[in-house]
Design a protein around this ligand. Structure first.
Ligand code: MCN
Ligand code: CUN
Length: 798
C-alpha cells in the first residue's frame, strides 16, 4: 500500500508549512461551534413540523392489558397517538437489532425494561405532545423482574423473552476463544497462579446532545429525508430501507453537526422508526428528540461485564498463560453494536501487550430486564474490558510476587522485533514498541521519586497514602477487513472521494462522520500532505448519504485507519492523473514527471526548475486537458483494510488516598500514546484529554444502577455522575511513533485509547496505595465510601 516515495516520514513530518501531516492545524470546525453557528438535529425546523413524545413504561417487567388513547387524543393539538397495533399495520411493529435479534418498536405485549417505549404521541408542539403522553392510560400487569446476569441465569428466574420460540431461559449465547486444553495444562503445572474477580460496571456514554431525528416524507417524490444523530449515516440508510420497505435510493440520511456520540449513536432506536412512520402516515415532518433521562435509561449502554481473571506465571514473573471467564448482561434484547461475527466484540485481545504461551477466554451472555446495549463509550468493541482485565491482573501478579509492576511488564512485553505478532488468541498485531513507551512514561512520572515518597508515608503512618498505578495497554482499532468484519452483512470498508476544482481547491467527501473528533481539519491535512495543497484549500464534507460515498461510519476509532487510508489512496490516484497533466503542461514525458513531497510540486526529473503546482495542474485539467485523457481531476477510493491497527501506550497515575475520608486525589497523571504517524498532534492531545476525563469518570464516578425492582436508579445526572473540570487533574502527555506497516500513511487510530487504557491505571494506583496491607482489588466506581470500606477492611482507616 505504500507510496513510491515511502509515504510520509515519521522522523520529519512538519506538514511542509501547508498544514499537512504532523502540523497542529487549528480546527476548521471550531469557528462555527464557538460562535453559536453549529447546526444540530434539534436546530432543524421545518414548516408544518410535528413533535413526537414517547410514552414509557414505569415498570421493568409487565404485561400490557390495554392502552387507552382517548384522553390523549382529546388534548388540543394532539394529532395522533401510535401504539404497536398501529405500527403493525405498516409492518413496523418490530425492528432488527445489529446482532440479529428483534426489538419491539413500541411494546407489543410485554414490557422488558423500565422506560421501554409503549406509545407515541404526535402533536403540534413538544409541550402539547408531552401533555398528551401523560394522558395515555396504560393498564399494566406487573411481573417479577430480574436485573443481573447472574440472577437471570438462575433456574427459577422469570423468563423475559417469552415471545421467542425455543427460548426457555434467559441465556443468549456462550462464546469462547483460545486453546482451553493448553491453557489449563499450563495452569496445572505453573509455579504461581493468581485469580481475581472484577466487575466492569454498566456505564453510559452520555454525549452532550441526546439522540433524535427529524423525519420528513415527501409524498411528491416518495422520498424520506431523515436528519439523524447518526455515527453511521450510510449503514443507517440501508437499515432504514430494510425496516421500512422504502427503496434505499428514496431514503436520505443527513447527519448534521453531532454533539458527541461516544458510541451512543451507532444503534437504531425505536424513536427514529416511530418518527419516520408518523411522517409517512401524516405526510408532515416529525421531530423526536430525547430528554437526558430517556437517553441514559434507554439507549445503548456500555460494559456490564462480570469477569474472572487468572494468570499462570513463573516465580520470576514470566506470565505463561491467561484465563478469563465472563458473565455479560446484554439487557432485554441482544442489541450490541459491533461487527456481527464478534459476539464478545474484540475482547479477544485480553492477552494485552504480553507474549504468553496460551490463553483461553469464555463468556456467557444473558437477557435481563434492563435497557439493551453493551458496546459503546470509547470502547473499541470491548477492548476496554479486555485491557482492564489484563492490566489489573498484571498488578495482582506483581503483588503476589512482590515485584515492581513496571519490571514485571518489561519481562513480558512482546518485543519490537517480534512484530507482526500473532497473539495466543490468533490476533495479528501490526507493530509496537511497548518498552519505549513505558520508559518514557516512567521518566515523565518521576516514578522512583514517588516510590520513595510512598514508602516514607507508610513508615510515618501518614494520613494520606501514595499509590502508583501503571497500565501498558494494547488497543485494536480500524474494523475492519471485510472478510472478518461486517455490520448487518455489509463489509466494513470505508471511502473517500476527492474532486479538485478548476481554481485549484478541492472538496473531499468521506463515508465517516465526525462527532467532535475534528475530521473537517484532519482529513483535509491528509489531502494537503498527499497533493501538496494548502489545508485551507480543502473542505471536507460528510454526513449526507445523497452525496457522500458509501462508508460504514465512525466508531471503533476506525476513521483514520480506514477512511483515512481511503483518503490517502484517493489523493494518490489524483496525483497519478496530475502527473499526466503536468507532463502535458511541461511538455515532457509522463515517466519523467516526479512529485516532491517537501515542496509539493511536480517537476521534470533532473530539472527541478521546470516545475508546476497542483493549482496550475487543476487549471490544466479543465482548460487544457491532454488529448486522450478525460477532463477533470478527481478520484474515489473504497478501502478494505488488510488488517487492523494496534495503537498502544503506557499510562502512569499517582494518587493520594485519604485514610480518613476515602477520597482519592490525583497527584500526577502521565499518558504516553503511540498511534503511529500523527496527523494533527493538537487534535490527538484533545482526544487524549477527553478520553482520560472519561476514564476518570469510569474509575471514580459513573455507574448506571438498578434496584431489585428494575428501577433505573442511575438514570439522570443527579445519580449518574460525570466528572467536571473540578475532578480532572492536569494531564501530562507524551508520545512515541511506531508507524503501522500496512496503513498508507502509517497511522493508527487513537480516539478510544485513553478511555481503554486509563481505568486500570487508576484502579491499580488506588490498590497500590493499600498494597502494603495486601489489598488486591477495589471495584469501580471507586467512590469515597468504597475506598474507605477497603481501607477499613485492612485496618488502614482513620
Ligand atoms: N488522529 C490523528 N493522527 C492519528 C490518529 C488520529 O491526527 N494517527 C486524529 C484523527 O484525524 C481524528 C481524531 O484523531 O481527527 C480521532 O481519530 P480516530 O482515532 O481515527 O477516531 P475516529 O475519528 O474514528 O473517532 C471515533 C472515536 C470513538 S469510536 C469514540 S467512541 C469517540 C472518540 O472517537 N467519540 C468521540 N472521540 C470522540 N471525541 C469527541 N469530541 N466526540 C466523540 O463523540
Ligand atoms: Cu465503543 S464507542 Mo466508539 O466505537 O463509537
Amino acid at each position: 500500500q505504500h507510496d513510491a516515495d515511502g509515504g510520509p516520514d515519521p522522523e520529519k513530518h512538519h506538514g511542509h508549512g501547508r498544514g499537512g501531516m504532523g502540523e497542529s492545524v487549528k480546527r476548521k470546525e471550531d469557528k462555527r461551534f464557538i460562535t453559536g453557528r453549529g447546526n444540530y438535529v434539534d436546530d432543524i425546523k421545518k414548516p408544518g413540523m410535528l413533535h413526537c413524545e414517547i410514552v414509557r413504561s414505569p415498570h421493568a417487567h409487565a404485561r400490557i392489558n390495554d392502552i387507552d388513547k382517548s384522553r390523549a387524543l382529546d388534548v388540543d393539538g394532539v394529532v395522533a397517538v401510535l401504539t404497536a397495533e398501529d405500527l403493525a399495520g405498516h409492518d413496523l411493529a418490530t425492528m432488527p437489532t445489529l446482532m440479529d435479534d428483534t426489538q419491539d418498536v413500541l411494546v407489543n405485549d410485554k414490557v422488558k425494561f423500565q422506560s421501554q417505549e409503549v406509545a407515541a404521541v404526535i402533536a403540534t408542539d413538544r409541550y402539547i405532545a408531552k401533555d398528551g403522553a401523560e394522558k395515555v392510560t396504560v393498564d399494566y400487569e406487573v411481573l417479577d423482574p430480574v436485573v443481573t446476569a447472574k440472577d437471570a441465569l438462575e433456574a427459577d428466574a422469570p423468563l423475559i423473552r417469552d415471545e421467542l420460540e425455543d427460548q426457555e431461559d434467559n441465556h443468549i449465547f456462550d462464546w469462547d476463544v483460545g486453546d482451553k486444553e493448553a491453557t489449563d495444562a499450563i495452569f496445572e503445572e505453573s509455579e504461581v497462579t493468581v485469580k481475581e474477580q472484577m466487575e466492569y460496571q454498566r456505564l453510559h456514554p452520555a454525549p452532550i446532545e441526546t439522540c433524535g431525528c427529524v423525519a420528513d416524507w415527501d409524498p411528491g417524490k416518495e422520498k424520506i429525508t431523515v436528519h439523524l444523530t447518526s455515527q453511521a449515516p450510510h449503514a443507517h440508510r440501508t437499515l432504514f430501507s430494510m425496516v421500512s420497505g422504502i427503496p434505499e435510493h428514496k431514503v436520505r440520511i443527513v447527519s448534521p453537526d453531532i454533539g458527541g456520540g461516544f458510541g451512543n449513536k451507532v444503534p437504531i432506536y425505536p424513536g427514529y422508526v416511530v418518527a419516520a412512520a408518523a411522517s409517512v402516515v401524516l405526510e408532515q415532518p416529525v421531530k423526536w428528540m430525547e430528554e437526558r433521562s430517556e437517553n441514559i435509561q434507554t439507549t445503548g449502554f456500555a460494559r456490564d461485564y462480570d469477569m474472572t481473571g487468572e494468570l499462570a506465571a513463573t516465580k520470576d514473573g514470566k506470565i505463561r498463560a491467561v484465563r478469563t471467564d465472563v458473565l455479560a448482561n446484554h439487557g432485554a434484547y441482544n442489541a450490541v453494536a459491533q461487527p456481527s461475527k464478534f459476539p464478545a466484540g474484540f475482547f479477544n485481545i485480553f492477552t494485552g501487550s504480553y507474549d504468553v504461551e496460551a490463553a483461553y477466554g469464555s463468556l456467557t451472555a444473558a437477557f435481563t430486564n434492563t435497557a439493551p446495549g453493551g458496546v459503546a463509550y470509547r470502547c473499541s468493541f470491548r477492548v476496554t474490558e479486555a485491557v482492564y482485565l489484563i492490566e489489573r491482573m498484571v498488578k495482582v501478579l506483581a503483588h503476589e510476587l512482590d515485584m515492581d509492576p513496571a519490571e514485571i511488564r518489561r519481562r513480558n512485553f512482546i518485543q519490537p522485533e517480534e512484530f507482526p505478532y500473532e497473539s495466543a488468541t490468533g490476533w495479528n498485531y501490526d507493530s509496537g514498541d511497548y518498552e519505549k513507551a513505558l520508559d518514557l512514561a516512567l521518566e515523565m512520572a518521576d516514578y522512583d521519586h514517588y516510590r520513595e515518597e510512598q514508602q516514607r508515608r507508610i513508615e510515618e503512618d501518614a494520613d494520606k497514602l501514595i499509590g502508583i498505578g501503571i497500565s501498558s495497554f494494547t488497543e485494536v482499532v480500524g474494523a475492519g477487513p471485510g472478510k472478518t468484519c461486517d455490520i448487518a452483512g455489509i463489509e466494513m470498508f470505508d471511502s473517500a472521494d476527492i474532486r479538485v476544482n478548476p481554481t485549484g481547491n478541492a472538496v473531499l467527501r468521506v463515508g465517516v462522520q465526525t462527532q467532535g473528533q475534528g475530521h473537517e481539519t484532519t482529513f483535509a491535512q491528509i489531502v494537503a500532505e498527499e497533493l501538496g495543497m494548502d489545508v485551507e484549500n480543502i473542505s471536507v464534507e460528510h454526513g449526507d448519504t445523497d452525496t457522500d460515498p458509501y462508508g460504514l461510519g465512525t466508531y471503533g476509532s476506525r476513521s483514520t485507519p480506514v477512511a483515512g487510508a481511503a483518503t490517502a489512496v484517493a489523493a494518490r490516484k489524483v496525483r497519478d492523473k496530475a502527473k499526466s497533466i503536468a507532463a502535458n503542461e511541461l511538455e515532457a514525458a509522463e515517466e519523467d514527471i516526479e512529485w516532491d513531497r517537501e515542496s509539493g510540486h511536480f517537476h521534470v526529473a533532473g530539472a527541478p526548475d521546470r516545475s508546476i503546482t497542483i493549482t496550475e495542474i487543476a487549471a490544466g485539467a479543465y482548460m487544457n486537458h491532454p488529448a486522450g485523457e478525460e477532463p477533470g481531476l478527481e478520484a474515489v477510493d473504497y478501502y478494505d483494510p488488510p488488517e487492523m491497527t494496534y495503537p498502544f501506550g503506557s499510562y502512569i497515575v499517582v494518587v493520594e488516598v485519604d485514610r480518613e475520608t476515602g477520597e482519592v486525589d490525583f497527584e500526577k497523571f502521565v499518558a504516553v500514546d503511540d498511534c503511529g504517524n500523527r496527523i494533527n498532534p493538537m487534535v490527538i492531545e484533545g482526544q487524549i484529554h477527553g478520553g482520560l476525563a472519561q476514564g476518570i469518570g469510569t474509575a471514580m464516578m459513573e455507574h448506571v444502577t438498578y434496584d431489585e425492582n428494575g428501577n433505573c436508579t442511575g438514570g439522570d445526572f443527579m445519580n449518574y455522575l460525570l466528572p467536571t473540570a473540578k475532578e480532572i487533574p492536569n494531564f501530562e502527555t507524551g508520545y512515541t511513533v511506531t508507524p503501522s506497516p500496512h496503513h498508507p500513511i502509517g497511522a493508527k487510530g487513537v480516539g478510544e485509547s485513553p478511555t481503554v487504557g486509563s481505568p486500570p491505571a487508576i484502579v491499580n494506583a488506588v490498590v497500590d496505595a493499600m498494597a502494603h496491607a495486601d489489598v488486591t482489588h477495589v471495584e469501580m466506581p471507586m467512590t469515597p465510601d468504597r475506598v474507605w470500606a477497603a481501607l477499613a477492611d485492612v485496618g488502614l482507616e482513620l
